[in-house]
Design a protein around this ligand. Structure first.
Ligand code: NAP
Length: 439
């Protein structure tokens, strides 16, 4: 019997479990650990709350979790409650599927000022992640700068721009909806260090900005390269640039009070402010022959009261696991870290691609894993249970999670799928309530 422990229950973890079930059939037992009492990682805490169709994949993951060969053990943090070396003693294979939950730094002066917030924190806040529920981003200024030209920047802009009615059917956390109701934000600036041709937005995400109830997108026509140059772009990117051209041609809609402006060709130099953010000093750039941003020497000040950095993520290190500081992920060779120790998803390859990219990743990893011989006999799940019980750690099972899910569904606003519990205490209490009542 091959025993496998997967650390992290986001998309990469679940696709790996699905692949292992298909590959090993009845010859495998899988334990899936998560530091949170809740499963699904990025699906719950990263995917935008108004993109419910993307979250539907959680139903498929739940089928995997409820397979008799699989167990979910939430509220167990590897590196705190149990060491990776201990897991290696207990299981044939340890797969780190811990994603990339930490914000990358800009590395510029003023970055530590209150009012500079990484997208992991901001997204975690509106998605009700327990680590960020108390963030209280300052929404009392008219101008917000979002740095980065990827889909996360667009997610943040869209959530800031939407009306309460537009957000009502989403599962945005109540504290975020309350704060946004009183928001003074009227100008959302998406700051990119390169131009429209280099932006990594995708079509659906950029297109949605043209369909908002009270916000209108704005692109400076002068930032667009000559139209003939679009011919050299691959299809997806050409379509995105086509939408940006449409925004530039339309100009702002004067009936809408909020503007989402694309500030292309601007690199942040310094965050300004005394005690809190008051602005951003930007260097104007152009794209050089090597495709990189080059400084023009011309600078400008963008006054703003909140800066959100959406410039990519890093994996969190785990004691004893080799880490590539420059790349912000575990050091690995095609997913292999050491004999019996593997990584997958963003923890393997960095924070790029869609949810579905993790499927290929998970299946690819299991193929490699299956090609290596299992390392002797291992205590497996029973050994883990003994070790956790000895430490007084009580994991949240998938049945417990179903109780949390029921509580969240019951407290949802009208039309919303759930109202998330946002503290560890509340999640643990919901997980145990019915079990305790039945005992
Ligand atoms: P991303 O697509 O890699 O975008 C990061 C952006 O940050 C890039 O525009 C990059 O510019 C910029 N950047 C990096 N360092 C910078 C610096 N020091 N100063 C200024 N700008 C800097 O990453 P993401 O937006 O975090 O998204 C992560 C992944 O999740 C992506 O694959 C994304 O498509 C996916 N995602 C998908 C959805 C969806 O499908 N709805 C939603 C959210 C995220 P350069 O290009 O110049 O390096």
């Amino acid at each position: 019997m091959r025993t496998l422990v997967i650390v992290g229950s986001g998309p990469a973890g679940f696709y790996t479990a699905e692949a292992a079930l298909k590959t090993f059939g009845d010859g495998v037992r899988i334990d899936m650990l998560d530091a949170l009492p809740t499963p699904f990682g990025l699906i719950r805490a990263g995917v935008a709350p108004d993109h419910q169709s993307i979250k539907a994949v959680a139903r498929r993951f739940a089928e995997v979790a409820e397979d008799p060969r699989v167990r979910f053990l939430g509220d167990v943090a590897v590196g705190r409650d149990i060491a990776v070396a201990e897991l290696q003693e207990l299981y044939h294979d340890v797969v780190l599927a811990t994603g990339a939950p930490e914000d990358r730094c800009l590395g510029i002066p003023g970055e530590d000022l209150p009012g500079v917030i990484g997208s992991a924190a901001f997204v975690g806040w509106y998605n009700g992640h327990p680590a960020w529920a108390d963030l209280k981003p300052p929404l009392d200024s008219a101008v917000v700068a979002i740095i980065g030209n990827g889909n996360v920047a667009i997610d943040c802009a869209r959530i800031l721009a939407k009306t309460e009615a537009e957000l009502a059917p989403s599962d945005i956390a109540a504290h975020a909806l309350d704060a946004l109701r009183g928001s003074a934000v009227r100008s959302i600036r998406i700051v990119g260090r390169r131009g429209p041709h280099e932006a990594s937005f995708t079509l659906k995400e950029v297109g949605e900005l043209g369909e908002l109830a009270r916000a209108t997108p704005l692109v400076r026509p002068g930032d667009l390269p000559p139209e003939a140059a679009d011919a050299g772009l691959e299809t997806g990117r050409r379509r995105v640039v086509g939408v940006l051209r449409r925004f530039a041609a339309q100009g702002p809609d004067s009936d809408k009070p909020v503007v989402i402006a694309f500030d292309f060709f601007r690199r942040p130099l310094r965050v300004l402010g005394d005690g809190r953010v008051a602005g951003l000093e930007l260097m104007r750039t152009r794209v050089g022959p090597d495709g990189r941003a080059e400084d023009t020497g011309e600078t400008e000040i963008l006054p703003c009261g909140l800066v959100i950095t959406a410039i990519g993520y890093r994996t969190a290190g785990i004691p004893g696991v080799p880490f590539d500081e420059a790349l912000g992920r575990f050091s690995n060779e095609e997913g292999a870290i050491a004999p019996g120790l593997w990584c997958v998803g963003w923890a393997r390859r960095g924070p790029t691609g869609t949810i579905g990219t993790n499927r290929q990743d998970g299946f690819g990893l299991v193929e490699r894993l299956a090609a290596t011989a299992a390392r002797g006999e291992r205590p497996g799940p029973a050994g883990l249970d003994r070790l956790l019980a000895g430490r007084g750690i009580r994991p949240v099972s998938f049945a417990d999670w179903r109780r949390i899910e029921a509580v969240e569904a019951a407290r949802a606003r009208a039309g919303a799928p759930r109202e998330k519990l946002v503290t560890l205490e509340a999640l643990r209490a919901a997980a145990r309530a019915e079990a305790a009542a039945a005992a």
